[in-house]
Write a protein that binds this ligand. Structure first.
Ligand code: S3P
Length: 429
């Protein structure tokens, strides 16, 4: 049990760790590239290190001097791994790497921890099978361990994705590098577009037309380049909410990614009346970044979060739910059924933990309604092995009337190994 003991206002400046999505992609695209890639500010969290290990096992020479990562790209064709590839807790690793392995003329097996082995893989297996790869898994190919027998070349695809999922879109685009035929993915709402941006930077023809992304003629990655990974807005989110709800707080978060497919939380903060300001906007390695100043916001108002904004803030919803407990009125979160198949069932995790702390919450299949102006009373929180549930409720513990005890904080290393230390430094002013 971890007792949240931090009390008082948050002050100071911090660069939160680098973006998880971009860190994964830098290793993946760097590995199948025909040149050398240096990654600055790579996120050394468990998830991203699992991606790095997997590409080493696929024969890629990747050096890490503790500061920079240097990837000696192997070109598109990798080496058959000698053992099962263990992706730990990482959904992004397993779903994206599957696209690359589908195009390799060899056999590979992917597994993960007990949480990842319960996450649905049919969303990528279905399109990859349409492209000609053999994908097997537990329960009729639905769950990991996955076995992939790749094919070269793959078939083309014109896929209407039933979900706004960057992992599905990226998996198909990566598999699409292994065919010359038409490759097109259309999603119901825009999901994060880091794969498209990075493929373009590597010289691949990528066309974006509204919600449709397609690959053009050149599908070879050939570039020597440096990727500087900006700070992750999904990690910044915890401190933005903390500063907004703890009286007297004022913090600055630096180099935060402001890619519009990721900034749904800022739109919600604006609507809810959070006091914040963005400055020093610039572009780093093809991604918009900026610094964000957030201060205590006593006049928060409830809001409705639904529709196309959901994929733009999907990972931030647990901590947005904590923010909603302090707003005037009832905040409604809808169209977010995807939360049920994240690292945990995040709807159930948030609702049950908030109720346990004395908040009035109604649960829906695709979201929740949170009654604001609540007094959080302290008590036990179950993380269900989910890093974002652990961090969200540590933030809740900053305003609870008595202590909050978190059952497992080890899971935080998935995305943010230094979270507790970084939180601590806001109180040492
Ligand atoms: C991610 C996409 C999102 C997100 C996940 C990271 C990515 O998942 O929730 O944390 O890096 O592509 P979905 O694509 O399943 O929505």
């Amino acid at each position: 049990m971890y007792e949240v003991k931090f009390k008082g206002s948050l002050k100071g400046t911090l660069r939160v760790p680098s973006d998880k999505s971009i860190s994964h992609r830098s290793i993946m695209l760097g590995s199948i590239n025909d040149g050398e890639v240096v990654v600055k500010n790579f996120l050394r969290s468990e998830d991203c290190l699992n991606t790095l290990k997997a590409f080493k096992a696929l024969g890629v020479n990747i050096e890490d001097d503790g500061s920079l990562i240097k990837i000696h790209g192997k070109g598109k064709f990798l080496k058959e791994p000698f053992d099962v590839l263990d992706m730990g807790n990482s959904g992004t690793s397993i779903r994206l790497i599957s696209g690359i392995l589908a195009g390799q003329p060899f056999y590979s097996v992917l597994t993960g921890d007990r949480y990842l082995r319960k996450r649905p893989m049919d969303r990528i297996a279905v399109p990859l099978r349409m492209m000609g790869a053999t994908i097997l898994g537990r329960e009729n190919g639905k769950y990991p361990p996955l076995t992939i027998v790749g094919k070269n070349p793959l078939n083309g695809i014109d896929y209407k994705s039933p979900k706004a999922s960057a992992q599905v879109k990226s998996c198909i685009l990566l598999a699409g590098l292994f065919t010359d035929e038409e490759v097109k993915v259309t999603e119901p709402a825009k999901s994060r577009d880091h794969t498209e941006r990075m493929l373009k930077a590597f010289g691949v023809d990528v066309k974006v037309d509204g919600l449709t992304v397609s690959l053009g003629k050149n599908r070879v990655l050939k570039a020597d380049m440096e990727i500087d990974v900006p700070a992750d807005i999904s990690s910044a989110a915890f401190f933005m909410v903390a500063a907004a709800i703890v009286p007297g707080s004022e913090i600055v978060l630096k180099d935060v990614i402001l890619n519009p497919t990721r900034t749904g939380i800022l739109d919600v903060m604006e609507k809810m009346g959070v006091n914040f300001e963005i400055f020093n906007k610039r572009v780093v390695s093809g991604e918009e970044v900026g610094d964000i100043k957030v201060s205590y916001s006593p006049d928060l108002k409830a809001t409705v979060i639904e529709g196309d904004i959901i994929p733009r803030l999907i990972d931030e919803l647990p901590v947005i739910a904590v923010l909603a407990t302090q707003a005037e009125g009832v905040t409604l979160i809808k169209d977010a059924a995807e939360l049920r198949v994240k690292e945990s069932d995040r709807i159930n995790a948030v609702v049950s933990n908030l109720r346990n702390l004395g908040v009035e919450v109604e649960e829906f299949e695709d979201g929740m309604a949170i009654k604001g102006k609540a007094t959080l009373k302290g008590g036990e929180v179950k993380t269900f092995g989910d890093h974002r549930i652990a961090m969200s409720f540590i933030i809740a513990g900053l305003i609870s009337s008595s202590s909050i005890y978190i059952d497992d904080i080890h899971c935080i290393s998935t995305s943010y190994p230094g979270f507790i230390k970084d939180l601590q430094q806001f109180f040492n002013f």
